[in-house]
Design a protein around this ligand. Sequence first.
Ligand code: PM9
Length: 488
Amino acid sequence: MDSRYVAEPYRIKVVEPIAVTTRAERQRYLVEAGYNTFLLRSDQVYIDLLTDSGTTAMSDNQWAGMMLGDEAYAGSRNFVHLQEVVREYHGFKHVVPTHQGRGAENLLSMICIKPGDYVPGNMYFTTTRAHQERNGAKFVDIIVDEAHDSQAELPFKGDVDLTKLQRLIDEVGADRIPYVCVAVTVNLAGGQPVSMANLRAVYELCSRHGIKVMFDATRCVENAYFIKTRERGYERKSIRDILKEMMSYADGCTMSGKKDCLVNIGGFLCMNDDRLYQQACELVVLFEGMPSYGGLAGRDMEAMARGIVESVDFHYIQHRVAQCAYLADRLKAGGVPLVRPTGGHAVFIDARAFLPHVPQDHFPAQALAAELYLESGVRSMERGIVSAGRNTETGENHRPKLELVRLTIPRRVYTYSHLDVVAESAIELFRRRDAIKGLRMVYEPQLLRFFTARFTPRGIDAAQVNRPAGGCSSQRDAVTEVETEVIG
Ligand code: PM9
């Protein structure tokens, strides 16, 4: 990095020891986990970059708020506070709390989607698309082409391609598009932001056709930071004002509070439409809880309300994005191929370029994530063919162009020294990349397979591999094995 790094805008008051393990121990843990980093135990991990979801260190102010939890069954004052904060910072009229983001996705998809509908989005997200498909919709990717090219260097690589959106409307008709789902930022493209100009244009286009725009606002503060630092006219505006303007180009949003709202659990669904709110209130009682808590304790809602306020602090978000840039710069200097430009929540290693000798059917990103853990105890996550899953109609594997390993940075948790260790480990692995082999999938769950799938190194007899504890029926296992032998 050519300038000094941005130092932490906080000091450390409580510490949590982390596990230091030997290579031999990690080898054993990896086999037990079926080469899936999701299945490792947290006390087997040294530096945990699996996800930034729910892994935030909360502030003293948030912890103090937890003590003010009003745990009444209905009408908690913490809900009223959350509602006030969401109205003020995001600008939506109604808020329905949910236990986390996918709870909000479930409600939205169930209310709005009819079988045979189309839901366009700027690249898929795993849980979001799963809920859309479960309710009978077909997801249509309308992100700009460059988002699928790891090396295309664009300031707003998460933008919607308006031509693709218009073409879909012309082809299927606006009445078969219940809403357009715009993610700010786009996780699976590498945390790429969407420009304000594009958000405005999408909203105008959809409004002309009577189509709702629903944001996946999970990392909306990171998006606001990129608008401030990259888009002309926003340099002098506050993150808070930028966020409010962004949200004015949507009819509502789903939110995983576990990311930019700085909490360990929580989410919500927002909307301006009174009828949609009424429908959400009717459904939320079935899946989550009362409309005034939606699966959350009063203290969780209080922490989330306070987290939203803290998240728009410029110094907080500047440091967060700077940590990603620092790690990316160190990795680049060591030759490790990355997705460009670096996003705001993670650094994504381009596993295709890292392991060109491992075909996509041998799960290069999954193999690389496993090797990185073995090398150093650093846990990362596959974001490639395993995460992409299968086409629900044909059963074929989706084959994303992006085959990535995500080094995800939890908020306010790790220091630059931790990031140095991560960089050194990945660079060491890159030096001996030719020795890294692919994997074979030996257990494949039907839904969101990346969470619990199991693998074995190629060349090992599948019959000798650990089975999931008390998992699926033997018949399903057998079928899976045959399928994966064919595809792998
Ligand atoms: N994202 C992540 O690690 C959590 C587990 S992986 C499925 O990136 C977006 C853009 C997300 C997201 C979760 C959700 C779902 C929706 N949209 O995990 O249910 O990145 O709170 O949110 C994860 P919940």
